[in-house]
Design a protein. Structure first.
Length: 183
């Protein structure tokens, strides 16, 4: 059965570090819930109450709009091999962009990736596990390179134009706070 903690226990931190994919969920106060899968080496545990993930340019920017509106975020991790487990981190998120005074400090936790858009820092106030008995077992996961190749091919000016076109307003009409001169 599931357990609940106020901080991320060390054994759960290790579980998180081993995951090849994680999911981010957010929602506006009135509108659609958004769930996004994330991969690559874009998640870092800062301490037992804080995680951050490096957000790369993508087709939408729903999470930014939701975090700016209300800050709510949930992250979910699934064991696709080994013992069954689902782990969720709940808390308040903060949007960190290049003009934020902590940008360079947080960015230093991550490797270099093309298409870096922003960082989300989650202040965790609840950690919960559940059995995960229905999650299938998969073989060894390998990372895709389509996103990084696409970002490299577009280049900085192409990414700025793409963000201006696709990342300024959420599907519910909320601002994402994005401005191309931030980058």
């Amino acid at each position: 059965m599931g357990l609940v903690w106020k901080t991320i226990p060390e054994e759960m931190q290790e579980f998180i570090r081993l995951q090849k994919v994680f999911f981010v969920a957010s929602a506006p106060l009135d509108g659609r819930v958004n769930v996004s899968p994330k991969g690559l080496d874009t998640l870092k545990i800062i301490d037992e109450r804080t995680v951050a993930y490096l957000d790369l340019t993508g087709s939408g920017n729903e999470t930014a709009a939701h975090v700016l509106e209300n800050g709510r975020m949930t992250m979910m991790f699934l064991a696709f091999s080994g013992d069954a487990l689902i782990l969720r981190l709940y808390g308040q998120a903060e949007l960190i962009r290049p003009d934020h005074n902590e940008w360079h400090v947080l960015l230093s936790h991550f490797g270099q990736f093309p298409g870096i858009r922003q960082i989300f820092r989650l202040s965790v106030d609840r950690v919960s596990s559940s059995c995960g008995w229905s999650v299938p077992i998969f073989g060894e996961a390998t990372q895709r390179d389509e996103l990084t190749n696409w970002s490299t091919e577009l280049g900085e000016s192409g990414l700025a134009a793409f963000r201006d076109d696709k990342n300024v307003v959420s599907i519910d009409g909320l601002t994402t706070g994005y401005a191309s001169d931030d980058f």
